[in-house]
Design a protein around this ligand. Structure first.
Ligand code: SF4
Length: 218
C-alpha cells in the first residue's frame, strides 16, 4: 500500500493546498518562497530558530526574515523566543544517550558532550526545528509543512527530507519535499538585489566557534 507520507504532495492533484514553510533565515528563504508562491501552494511562513548565537545575530536574522516577508507580501509567524540554552541541553542529552549505547555511541563520549560533532548537533537541530513546524502546521490547520533548510547546499539534505517524512507520519500531516538547491545561485543573486543581511556562519554557538574570527564588512 502506498504510504502517503513517504513522498511530497501528490503532483497529480492540481488543487491548492495550505503550506506552512519553516524559515531558517532570509537568504535561504528567497528562492524557496518565490518558487512556492509561483505554484499552487497557499504559502505562510514560520520563523523558528531559537539557537542562533549570539542574541545580536539572532536579531539580525529575525529582521532579515521580516524584511523578506514584507518584500514578498506573505504572512509569517515569527517565533521570537530565544532559547540557546535549551538547544545546548538537548544536544548534550542526545550525546549522553548515545554514549550509553555501546554499538552506536561515539568513540570519545566526554569529548562529544563537551563539543558535539556536527552530525550529532545538526540532527538534533533539524529535528527540533522541523518538529516545531509540524506542530504549528497542525495547530494552524495547514495541509502540509516544509523547510527552507532544503535550499542549503551545506546542510544534510537527505537527512532533513527523511526527518520531515518521519514527522509527517508522527503528526498525520504531509511534508512537502522539493530540492530547492537547484535555485542556489538565483537565491544568492536575489538576496543581494533585495539587500538582505547575509550571515557568515550556520547559527549555533558551535558553528560560530568553528567559523573563527569574522571580519566586519566594510
Ligand atoms: S551547525 Fe547549523 S544546523 Fe548544525 S546545529 Fe548548528 S545551527 Fe543547527
Amino acid at each position: 500500500m502506498k504510504d502517503p507520507f513517504a513522498s511530497s504532495i501528490d503532483k497529480s492533484n492540481k488543487g491548492p493546498f495550505k503550506l506552512l514553510v519553516h524559515i531558517c533565515c532570509g537568504p535561504c528563504s528567497v528562492y524557496p518562497l518565490k518558487a512556492l508562491l509561483a505554484g499552487r501552494a497557499e504559502v505562510s511562513g514560520f520563523f523558528h530558530n531559537p539557537n542562533i548565537h549570539p542574541y545580536s545575530e539572532f536579531k539580525k536574522r529575525l529582521e532579515a526574515a521580516k524584511t523578506l516577508a514584507r518584500h514578498l507580501g506573505i504572512d509569517v509567524v515569527f517565533d521570537e523566543r530565544y532559547m540557546p540554552r535549551g538547544f545546548i541541553k538537548g544536544v548534550k542529552a542526545k550525546a549522553a544517550d548515545l554514549a550509553k549505547s555501546r554499538s552506536e555511541g561515539p568513540a570519545n563520549p566526554a569529548a562529544e558532550e563537551r563539543f558535539p560533532s556536527k552530525s550529532l548537533r545538526c540532527a538534533y537541530c533539524y529535528s527540533s526545528r522541523l518538529e516545531a513546524t509540524a506542530r504549528a502546521a497542525l495547530e494552524g490547520g495547514f495541509d502540509a509543512f516544509t523547510s527552507t533548510l532544503l535550499y542549503s547546499t551545506s546542510q544534510g539534505h537527505d537527512e532533513i527530507k527523511a526527518l520531515g517524512v518521519d514527522l509527517a507520519r508522527k503528526y498525520g500531516i504531509l511534508f512537502y519535499y522539493e530540492d530547492f538547491r537547484k535555485g542556489w545561485q538565483q537565491g544568492l543573486d536575489e538576496t543581494r538585489a533585495i539587500g538582505l543581511y547575509r550571515q557568515r556562519y550556520c547559527g549555533c554557538i558551535y558553528s560560530r566557534i568553528e567559523r573563527g574570527p569574522v571580519k566586519k564588512k566594510s
